[in-house]
Design a protein around this ligand. Structure first.
Ligand SMILES: O=C(O)C1=C[C@@H](OP(=O)(O)O)[C@@H](O)[C@H](O)C1
Ligand SMILES: C=C(OP(=O)(O)O)C(=O)O
Length: 472
């Protein structure tokens, strides 16, 4: 099956820029020698934005330590401020910016109508509408051009099912951004059936607010498709459940496809945010792409982040992976092995970039819903791998990538941070790769180009001539 040209191909608003201001493509550094570096990455987007939502609904002031500071977290902070939360930056010990103190929204207070910019952040467009439904007043939601194409119908229908009015700007029914949530200060809650097959974020969104619904929430997933599609990215729902339990919310997830949240307070908290293990991925991938070593300190011993899957994925691709005294060390071999990778969720673009450098064929499956991400990622990956001379094709639920000799070219980002970092990985092993709109990495990692170049500047072999990447 051949992919269509992905949308959002125009330069993005991701870094607050417009087409006319578009910067020239970023020359992705080619690794003239194996990388040997120790890297720390900023805080987890998924954890930061979950805890921000919970802090806004909590029973007192909360603190986030070492949170992510990026476009997606800034959009979440701005949205919660619009809804009445107070979010203040305070000095902390994180390497990537201040801590945050949050005073929750007074849900009982009369509130003015407000506008929420979701940017391209799935966590903002899905997690914030149920919060807006809990306060009085109208909240107008919109986002980047491509945000209007991301699946939103399930959240809109869910709110309607809970008795909350949601309408399009013309007052008619809405099925995507933009839309207006008319909050009354109360959401009844109870049993709700949704089709969450397009995104796990529909489930997470309703669970995060569910304890504040009058009757709590019994959420059930039932796919409308004949074949019964599952909820994707279950790891992210498990993260939501764990985070909720950590702030005193009772959640029963013992029956598959059912989540029962008891009504009650959300306990105020003081929480340190783990570094983003998904965003650690491109740096770890650099070890394989160059046949070198990358170490990541403070790798959590236990975590709900999907990025912990890197340990198994990179081992399967031929790397040596050890976790010793909290440091994850990944050393690439002489070649990258292809393989079958199921349900890699948001890790898929990084996995695909490595597969394009592999010596054997690969199949990525269980990622059909990536078509509704920042861009249609399956089409985008096929287009960009092919643009560099690679051999990639779409399947119904993923990708097939076969070995091919790659050449330089301009990798398009489609306003997608993970497409941009995939281009950077390819550039390590293929001379002459440039990445259009590298600034789009600001969605979750504003420092990406600096961190990438700093990684390559490190190491005992940095001043010596040596072999290039694993391929070519
Ligand atoms: O809840 C979250 O923080 C996320 C859930 C996943 O969404 P999908 O279920 O739409 O894949 C993931 O891809 C996204 O990057 C973050
Ligand atoms: C799918 C992603 O983001 P979002 O939270 O916008 O859905 C992602 O970061 O890979």
């Amino acid at each position: 099956m051949t992919g269509t040209t992905p949308s959002a191909a125009t330069p993005s608003r991701s870094a607050g820029r417009h087409a006319a201001d578009a910067a020239p493509p970023w020359p992705a550094p080619f690794a003239a020698r194996p990388v040997d570096a120790t890297v720390t990455v900023p805080g987890s987007k998924s954890l930061t934005n979950r805890y921000l939502v919970l802090a806004a609904l909590a029973d007192g002031p909360s603190r986030l330590r070492a949170p992510l500071h990026s476009r997606d977290s800034a959009l979440m902070i701005a949205a919660l401020r619009q809804l009445g939360a107070t979010v203040t930056e305070v000095p902390g010990d994180g390497a990537f910016g201040p801590d945050l103190e949050i005073i929750p929204i007074s849900l009982d207070a009369a509130a003015a109508d407000t506008a929420i910019d979701c940017g391209l952040a799935g966590t903002v467009m899905r997690f914030v509408p149920p919060v807006a439904a809990l306060r009085r007043g109208e909240s107008h939601f919109d986002g980047d051009p491509h945000a209007r194409k991301r699946p939103m119908g399930t959240i809109i229908e869910a709110l309607a099912g809970l008795g909350v009015a949601v309408s399009a700007p013309d007052g008619g029914p809405a099925s995507s951004l933009p839309f207006t949530v008319k909050g009354t200060g109360e959401v009844r809650g109870g049993h709700l059936v949704i089709d969450a097959s397009a995104s796990s974020q529909f489930v997470s969104a309703l669970l995060l607010a569910g304890a504040r619904f009058t009757e709590g929430l019994h959420l059930e997933h039932q796919s409308r498709a004949d074949a019964g599609k599952p909820v994707p990215s279950l790891d992210h729902i498990n993260m939501t459940v764990a985070v909720l339990r950590g702030v005193g919310v009772t959640v029963d997830d013992s029956v598959p496809n059912h989540w029962v949240v008891s009504p009650g307070p959300i306990r105020a908290f003081d929480q340190r945010i783990e570094q983003d293990l998904s965003n650690a991925g491109p740096f770890l991938a650099a070890a394989l792409a160059t046949g070198g070593t990358v170490r990541i300190p403070n790798w959590p011993a236990g975590t709900t982040q999907v990025g912990d899957l890197w340990r198994g994925i990179l081992t399967a691709m031929g790397a040596t992976v050890t976790l010793d005294a909290g440091t994850l060390t990944v050393t690439g071999g002489r070649e990258i092995k292809g393989g079958d990778f199921d349900e890699t969720s948001e890790l898929a673009p990084t996995v695909a970039a490595l597969c394009a450098l592999a010596t054997g064929p690969s199949r990525l499956s269980g990622i059909a819903h990536l078509r509704g991400h920042e861009t249609d990622r399956l089409a985008a990956l096929v287009a960009e791998i092919s643009r560099l001379g690679g051999d990639a094709e779409e399947t119904t639920d993923g990708l097939i990538i076969r070995p091919a000799k790659l050449h330089g070219g301009v990798v398009h980002s489609y306003a997608d941070h993970r497409m941009a970092t995939a281009g950077a990985i390819l550039g390590l092993a293929v001379p002459g790769v440039e990445v259009e709109d590298i600034a789009t990495t600001a969605k979750t990692m504003p420092d990406f180009p600096r961190l990438w170049e700093a990684m390559l500047a490190q190491g005992p072999t940095a001043d010596e001539d040596g072999a290039g990447g694993t391929q070519h």
